[in-house]
Structure formats: structure tokens, C-alpha cells
Design a protein around this ligand. Sequence first.
Ligand SMILES: [Zn+2]
Length: 324
Amino acid sequence: MSTLDYRKGHHDLGQGCHAWLQPDGSWGWSNSGLITGSGTSLMVDTLFDLPLTREMLAGLSPVLDQHPLRTLVNTHSDPDHVNGNELVAAPDVEIVASAAAAELMTQEALDAVARVKHLDGTLGEFARHIFGPFELDGITATGPDRTFSGEESVDVGGREVRLIQVGPAHTPGDALVHVPDARLLYAGDVLFVGGTPIAWAGPIDRWIAALDLILDMDVETIVPGHGPVSGKSEVSTMREYLVSVEAQARKRFEDGLDVDQAIASIDLGRFADLPEHGRLAQNVLNVYQQLDPTIPRPDRLTVLTKIAALEGFSPAAFDDATTP
Ligand SMILES: [Zn+2]
């Protein structure tokens, strides 16, 4: 399957593996996966809101009817991968996530993202711009029934599915979902294709190490958390972005530039026109925090204001929108 076939909905990847893709892969437009075994199936991630998740469950129903869902794995804790969990939760469905991801799958975290759409000022405007199509109110946080750390195997109707925690990278609890007999990997947000990765947790070195792990795996098909179904060349491309940003930010830190000066002076080269290029703000901040742990870690909303500014939104009114 090629990256050219990037249409919304169900993609049968063969060998009992499926993807539900959501172009254009920007903020909130995440992908899910489904792996079938004998008479059962495992889902990889739900979507950002209930209507989108309902649509996905309906679209996948021909497969789910034949292979009832027994396991849901959340690749990480971000709301665009877990907000639909309540629609999948059932006594006979086990929800699984890494322990580090589970800690962040709270009602409080979910409500904080929903609230930002209702803020006044530039942050609210930016949030309505990127989250406008999503119904984020009234969602009930639904965490895992079981957690894991490191690696483990899950039996899906007689076939092995491997869960491999590689976070902290994009977030504290990132995990890969590997289907060895199909040479296929669901990468969650460890892989962004066609958009800019954002290192909320990092350090970026660890994220690069996770990409190296993928490059060393015996896989051919990779479903990213955002973007079209891909392969290792897209992993290499994203690795190149992270290596470049990490090296340039480190150099500016050593030269005594502050974070904002570093962000303003970094040359993204061939990645300059990548969608969500403003995420550079968080990526540089992440490198600085690694080099100097005394640099404060602002919350995500504060970071969003910086991203908005880099992408051309006015920085006015940012201060009152910040949360402690
Ligand atoms: Zn995501």
C-alpha cells in the first residue's frame, strides 16, 4: 500500500491487519488500527471524540462482527488516541496501556483540553482553529483495565502481538504495537508522517532511539499515529528532522542563546514547509530542558501559545490564558 492511498476510513492491509485513517493527519486527526485473530480482534487506539469513534466502529463493523473485539491497546495517553475509549469499554473488552500512559489518562487531563476551546483570546482562537471539528465536551475518561511496562506479548486469537514501550519520547508512555507474522507495526505518535512531530516528553535522544529500534525491526508496513500508511523511509525522514532540530538547538544552547532566540534562528531546511512547523517551539524547549533541568516545564497550553505565534497567530492575551 502506498502513501498515495490516503483516504479517510477503513484500509485492509492484508493478513488480518487493518487501519482506520483520518486525513489530513494534523492536530487531532489520528489513526486507529485493528488486528484480527481466530474469532477475536485487538484495536489500536480510539479517536479524538465520540462521533468519530462511532463512525469508525460502524465502518469496521463487517470485520468486528466476524472478529469480536476483546482488547483495546492505547499507544499513549494523548486525547486524540483515547477519547473514544468509553464506546469500546465493556465487560468482555480489556483496555491495555503502559503504566506511564495510564497515569495521564485522567478526566482532568481530558477536561483541560476540552476547556481550551472555550477560552477567550488568541489561545482560544488557535484552539478553535485546530480543534474546531471535534466535540470535546461530555467525554468520560476511560483508562486501562490493565497496564504494562517494558514489553509484553498479547495473544489475539492464536497470533502474537507485541507491545513495546519506547516512551518517554513523544509522551511519557508511548508504546509500539508489533504484529510479527504480518511484518507490520502500529507506531502510534512515535511516527508522524507528513506533519511535524512534537516532543511533549522526550528527551529527543530517546525518541531517535525509538526510531532506530523501528528501523532495525523486521517490519515492512508501518501505520503512523498521524498520516498515511508508510514504511521505513518515512521513519528515516522523521528521524532526520529530530536529529537536525536536536543538533541545532544544542548548538544554540552552547552558544548562550535563550530558548526564544534559538527557536527564531533555527533553519528547518527542507522541513520548513511541513504542516504544524510551529511545533518547533516545544521541540527546542525540550532540548533546552534536557541540557538545563532548571528550565521550567510550561504546561501544554502555554506551549500552544508559542506554537500559535510561530504559525502566525498574534501572541496577545497569552498571559491570562496560562494555567499553573
Ligand atoms: Zn496524536
